[in-house]
Design a protein around this ligand. Structure first.
Ligand SMILES: [Zn+2]
Length: 395
């Protein structure tokens, strides 16, 4: 039963959301959630009561996996699912999703890594999917180890099932006090940020194509062993399928392999001067590695900015191996095109530099793909909508 306070808070939040929309200041989700929580600070747990909730967190792939999991869960249960649609993954955005009417029993929410402990407390989810932990933009979430420690201190009970990629030593560590863990392994990968053990700080032994440590981290066998050839989006789909099954969805084996084969990747096609340019969003070293591995065209545009959410510090460029670009025509653009060009030239990769995205496409010709940092990607999206001044990361 709804409390009177929650009813007032919901009304106030909705009014603020509508006002924000009418004023043309976006979709009004964040303001709706903020006003709700200002009027009723305990609204989150009230809105979450009697609902079956899944949270999705990790450094890369949260938005895509949340949408994918919501669809798999809806199809596999024949029920509607309430879910985050625009990547709003902090308290106010999550509150806004929970306010939506009709309020479905099943809920799939994207959750920022640092907000996960608070959301776990407030929402009492049934399942939490932990995709991966890697270095994000340096200025934002800081150390991977800090988040792994935070999570490890959070998940000490048996009231939730964690679904994790156990090949990530940070996730194995984060889950090692949790009562219920479904470990999925793909095998044969290394974690670029995990030379030492998150649990005891000794060097991890990676010689077997897996990690091992004298303290015992990594010795628990995975319940699910999946194909080691799967790429990042496909691996996240496997985790989503396991989470959906835990929530009661029926996902037959043949359907699961179809879903994995068609795993959604974050590729947008942008038309620039009559050329269609498949463009991947990459915002930290791990997503750059994934994006580079997916390139098939012979001409590649790299658009790097260091603005706002990108972070000013581009030292992460040095943590990525660019060898998939060898033998291709590479054009660097964006505000920090010279940083990118210098980094690639050190690795012996010939590059050209273009003053903006349109010029880069001119140099590249038709067989072209692009990788863009966050704001460069946003600029391209804005340019497609005809918003002036957005030309793919001009400095
Ligand atoms: Zn250890």
């Amino acid at each position: 039963m709804k409390s009177a306070r929650l009813a007032v808070a919901t009304f106030a939040g909705n009014c603020a959301g509508w006002a924000s929309q009418v004023a043309g200041r976006g979709r009004g989700e964040t303001i709706r959630g903020r006003v709700l929580l200002a009027v009723d600070p305990s609204a989150l747990s009230k809105l979450a009561a009697n609902r079956d909730i899944v949270l999705v967190s990790g450094t890369n792939g949260k938005t895509t996996t949340t949408a994918n999991l919501a669809k798999i869960l809806a199809d596999g249960t024949d029920e509607s699912v309430s879910t985050s649609e625009f990547g709003a993954n902090m308290t106010a955005g999550i509150a806004s999703v929970l306010m939506q009417q009709p309020a479905h029993r099943l809920v799939v929410l994207e959750c920022d890594e640092l907000y996960l402990p608070a959301m776990y407390d407030a929402l009492k989810p049934k399942v939490i999917v932990l995709l991966n932990l890697s270095r994000d933009q340096l200025h934002r979430t800081g150390e991977v180890r800090k988040i792994a420690n935070l999570w490890q201190n959070t998940f000490t009970g048996d009231d939730v099932t964690l679904v994790i990629d156990r090949d990530d030593p940070f996730l194995e560590f984060a889950a090692n006090q949790a009562g219920h863990v479904l470990r999925v392994s793909f095998g044969g990968r290394r974690h670029p940020d995990a030379a030492t053990c998150p649990q005891c700080a000794n060097l991890l032994d990676w010689t077997t194509g897996d990690y091992a440590c004298n303290c015992g981290l990594g010795s628990t066998l995975a319940q699910v062993r999946a194909d080691h050839r799967l790429n990042g989006p496909a691996r996240n789909t496997v985790l989503a399928i396991e989470a959906a099954r835990l929530m009661g969805a029926i996902v037959p084996v043949e359907l699961a392999s179809d879903l994995t084969a068609q795993a959604p990747d974050r590729i947008a096609k942008y038309d620039v001067s009559g050329v269609s340019v498949p463009t991947r969003l990459a915002k930290n070293p791990e997503s750059w590695r994934g994006a580079l591995a997916g390139i098939t065209a012979s001409n590649v545009i790299l658009s790097v900015n260091a603005r706002g959410i990108d972070g000013l510090d581009t030292s992460w460029l040095w943590d990525v191996d660019y060898s998939p670009l060898k033998g291709k025509t590479v054009i660097c653009t964006g505000q920090r095109r010279l940083d990118a060009a210098y980094r690639l030239s050190v690795q012996g990769i010939a590059v050209e530099v273009a003053q903006d995205f349109a010029h880069a496409v001119e140099i590249a010709g038709s067989d072209v793909e692009a990788i863009a940092s966050y704001t460069a990607f946003q600029d391209l999206a804005a340019a497609q909508l005809g918003i002036k001044g957005a030309t793919g990361g001009r400095s």
